[in-house]
Write a protein that binds this ligand. Structure first.
Ligand SMILES: [Cu+2]
Length: 122
């Protein structure tokens, strides 16, 4: 009988330890994800690759545009919905950062509106 009780007590304390641990871990993970940045690389070469990206709402987004295309057409990128117009240096990575506040689909394009991409905020 005593052995069974000890066994049950041990099992309960193990479950408690696991619960305590996971509970704590979950919290930490949430804080970390709130503080971290969603980073996406886009290659600019005859258009945008990838041309559609998906990000989370309310979390900072960092897009690294790697421009390999020398045409003037792609020297600027416009994210109208986020009030961003950024010149992209050739053969360099230019990063833009913003935090999407609402969900939906937002287009971005080159300075002249010939090449398009899409940001899906969920
Ligand atoms: Cu263009």
């Amino acid at each position: 009988m005593d052995k069974i009780l000890v066994g049950i007590g041990g099992a309960i304390s193990i479950i408690f330890v696991i619960w305590f641990f996971f509970g704590k871990k979950k919290k930490v993970r949430m804080v970390l994800s709130r503080d971290s940045v969603q980073e996406v690389d886009i290659i600019v070469d005859g258009g945008y690759n990838p041309d559609t990206i998906e990000v989370k709402k309310g979390m900072e987004v960092k897009i690294n545009f790697n421009r390999k295309d020398p045409s003037d057409c792609l020297e600027e990128v416009v994210l109208g919905d986020f009030g961003i117009r950024q010149k992209l240096a050739l053969n360099k990575v230019t990063s833009i950062e913003f935090t999407p506040k609402k969900s939906g689909e937002f287009d971005f394009s080159c300075g002249m509106g010939m090449f398009h991409g899409k940001i899906i905020v969920k």
